[in-house]
Design a protein around this ligand. Structure first.
Ligand code: 5GP
Length: 192
């Protein structure tokens, strides 16, 4: 999506080689009009009766605002996985461990069992796809719940970190609005 690539060129800041800061339009500050346009693009890709999306799933915290805006054309609820440092979670919840390369720690994502059922057809929405651990965790939870994964709508995929390839190999349809093949403070961002 040219609009997303142009926005990254204009407002993205490359930090430590591997982290793209998009705090002025996607993360800390959210450009609502822009995200709604992205949501319509995800609806073009994943909407309609054939896909039959019943729920949009994301991970707290940065995914929530984006997923809510993208859910508008779909007219379905958003569920977000909570993150917890503890592996010792009780109650009726699905959990999956996720290793965060950005923070160098493992956390647990959890979703109450009451919010996901075998009839659900789930679309993942997330800001970034890097090594894919977060979405692998969500896919494991959907598998445990018997829900169907329709696909993943990603704002920015860093293809060189391999997460997209791993998810696609797993049979998950991944659609990314911008696909970065390399980036550095010297050379800037190179798109696929
Ligand atoms: P993954 O699990 O795919 O390795 O990482 C996905 C999560 O890490 C995203 O939800 C996002 O919060 C964070 N992340 C990974 N790479 C970047 C990046 O370059 N910039 C920002 N802002 N977040 C990132």
């Amino acid at each position: 999506m040219k609009l997303m690539e142009d926005r990254i060129r204009k407002d993205g800041i490359i930090e430590n080689g591997d982290v793209l800061k998009v705090g002025s339009f996607l993360n800390q500050q959210i450009d609502v009009d822009f995200i709604r346009t992205c949501g319509r693009e995800f609806y073009r890709l994943f909407g309609g009766e054939q896909s039959g999306v019943t729920k949009i799933l994301t991970v707290e915290a940065s995914g929530i605002g984006l997923a809510c805006l993208c859910a508008i054309p779909f007219g379905v609820p958003v569920v977000f996985a909570k993150k917890s440092k503890s592996n010792n979670i009780s109650g009726e919840v699905y959990t999956a461990p996720v290793y965060s390369f950005t923070h160098g720690t493992t956390y647990t994502v959890m979703i109450p069992k009451s919010l996901l059922s075998p009839g659900d057809r789930v679309l993942f929405i997330d800001d970034f796809l890097a090594r894919g651990a977060a979405l692998e965790g969500l896919a494991d939870i959907c598998h445990a719940a018997g829900a169907t994964v329709v696909g993943a709508g990603i704002f920015v995929e860093k293809t060189y970190q391999g997460g997209g390839e791993a998810l696609r190999k797993r049979g998950i349809r991944v659609e990314s609005l911008a696909r970065i093949r390399s980036m550095s403070p010297e050379e800037g961002v190179q798109f696929c």
